[in-house]
Design a protein around this ligand. Structure first.
Ligand SMILES: *Cc1c(COP(=O)(O)O)cnc(C)c1O
Length: 515
């Protein structure tokens, strides 16, 4: 492997360096010919700007190249395998994009009269139907705009139900397994609940005895809910889920299921059959709508009979001769907990998700789950003789390893992940779930071919061999081939520099300093 080469231009082959637009543009340049503004005098009074706004000026080809080069620095699922566990980075079919751009969906505005957007409302109603069918739940709130927002929606419905029973002052405790995604305890805390952790057992699942002990404190009268992920964040199915749900319901608590991992069970398991009261579905994970740098999330939340009446506004009703968006509390008898978003949710994601469902069909959706689990188990089985898997047995949709195999090498999980970048792979999820030391969580998804996985597995095995043979440089120096090396991510997060400023005349800005 050749390290980065010093070049005169700073470019690496055809991977071109790119400075900030402010560094390459000059205020005096303009990419378009504009006619001089006729001197009509300003009507802005004292609102008129007193100095130039200092926008960088570029010619059309310069502007074009700047943005194209920047776009090439954004690693994406369209460029290569993106095995980020828990994030379900699967291929986004182009058919969905085509559907979302149909003028009847893409060019409408939420403030249009409802009579002029009947097709869009029907699409929302149809999507709701399939989400309810796939989950076995009677109601769904479409408006939440991400998984965490869906958690908030479900927990607000739970809080409203507890309040309606006059128990809000006493039901304050929310049980959260230690392996939970950080958004679970954050959601509970945001709503004023007290988070009470449940330990995992030696098999990486909720410790049933510990759960029952927690539940029986104070006779369970102060338990508002449990927030449980299934399959959980160790990539394992919670086998005791029905027993957990029954015990919880017996003491009057509610079951929030984090459904972000629905990809592993869609078409195979209906959460409604497991005693779930509320669960968000990440359309951007399971139903393949572009996310991360590629698009917004969407977190529809299904609700059980016990919670359906508290669903947020607005929602669509089929009135037989047309569809209506119920936007105001005065239009319904239901004790809705209110409104979470300005309009109705992420229309573009609704279209993509329904397009995905309809193009797969019910048999295809079941196969999604089967293939996602098969691919993850292929990775697990192909690597567990050289990497260490903390739990025995097969996994669901993601393969979890710990850093046991790196013991004594001087290399840690972070070094290993950085070395993957030099090999052309986005690293897996690192150090999550927290219950596993130096965790590496790999989610290949069902859209990767065997050939792609075989190359990935071969690369991982080669990296392990390198680590064990003491090739420290390959890890400690990594990434060597990326446009930037190791950045101080903590400093960047704590002290973000979001605004470019003209450097002092005597200081030279170099590529190094910009890092
Ligand atoms: C992705 C994820 C979430 C949060 O979803 P966002 O859309 O990122 O807000 C919550 N829980 C789990 C288990 C997840 O994987």
């Amino acid at each position: 492997m050749s390290a980065k080469k010093q070049t005169y231009s700073g470019n690496q082959g055809l991977v071109l360096e790119e400075a900030l637009i402010f560094e390459i543009g000059v205020a005096s340049k303009c990419g378009v010919d504009m006619e001089a503004i006729p001197d009509t005098g300003s009507m802005l009074g004292d609102c008129a700007a007193e100095q130039a706004v200092d926008l960088p000026g570029l010619s059309e080809p310069e502007a074009m190249r700047h943005y194209v080069r920047l776009s090439q620095k954004n690693h994406s699922i369209d460029a290569g395998l993106y095995p980020l566990g828990s994030c379900t980075m699967k291929h986004n079919p182009r058919l969905n994009e085509k559907m979302a751009r149909l003028p009847g969906f893409g060019d409408i505005h939420p403030l249009q009269p409802q009579s002029s957007v009947q097709g869009a409302l029907q699409l929302m109603d149809t999507l709701a139907h399939w989400l309810k069918t796939l989950t076995g739940m009677p109601a769904v709130a479409l408006s939440p705009k991400a998984g965490a927002h869906g958690e908030l929606c479900g927990m607000m419905a739970i809080r409203a139900a507890i309040e309606a029973k006059g128990e809000l002052a006493t039901r304050k405790r929310v049980l959260v397994p230690e392996s939970a995604h950080g958004t679970n305890p954050a959601t509970a805390a945001l709503l004023g609940f007290k988070v009470d952790g449940i330990p995992a057992d030696a098999n990486g699942r909720v410790d049933l005895q510990a759960f029952k002990a927690k539940l029986s404190e104070n006779g369970g009268e102060d338990v508002a809910a449990i927030m449980l992920t299934n399959p959980n964040t160790c990539g394992l199915f919670e086998r005791d889920i029905i027993e957990i749900a029954d015990a919880l319901h017996e003491v009057g608590g509610y079951f929030y299921c984090d459904g972000a991992n629905f990809n592993a069970i869609v078409g195979r398991v209906r959460p409604g059959d497991l005693g779930v009261d509320a669960m968000h579905i990440n359309l951007h994970k399971t139903f393949s709508t572009p996310h991360g740098g590629g698009g917004p999330g969407s977190g529809p939340t299904v609700l059980s009979d016990r919670l359906a009446a508290f669903a947020p506004l607005p929602f669509v009703v089929d009135e037989g001769d047309g569809f209506k968006l119920i936007e105001d509390a005065s239009q319904t008898d239901q004790p809705s907990f209110g409104r979470m978003v300005a309009f109705h949710g992420q229309m573009g994601m609704f279209v993509r998700a329904l397009s995905y469902m309809m193009s797969h069909g019910s048999d295809g959706l079941r196969q999604v789950a089967e293939d996602a689990v098969l691919n993850a188990n292929y990775v697990l089985a192909s690597l567990k003789d050289v990497m260490t898997a903390p739990f025995n047995g097969p996994c669901m949709h993601e393969a979890l390893f710990d850093d046991g195999f790196l013991k004594g090498t001087g290399i840690d999980t972070l070094d290993f992940a950085k070395a993957m970048i030099d090999e052309g792979y986005h690293p897996m999820t690192m150090y999550f779930p927290l219950v596993v030391h130096g965790a590496m969580l790999i989610e290949p998804t069902e859209t990767e071919s065997k050939a792609t996985l075989d190359l990935f597995i071969g690369t991982m095995r080669d990296l392990v061999a390198g680590a064990k043979s003491g090739d420290l440089a390959r890890f400690k120096q990594a990434p060597e081939l990326a446009p930037r090396r190791r950045l101080d991510e903590t400093l960047a997060a704590r002290n973000p520099v979001l605004r470019w400023r003209q450097p002092e005349p005597d200081t030279q800005v170099t590529g190094q300093a910009a890092e």
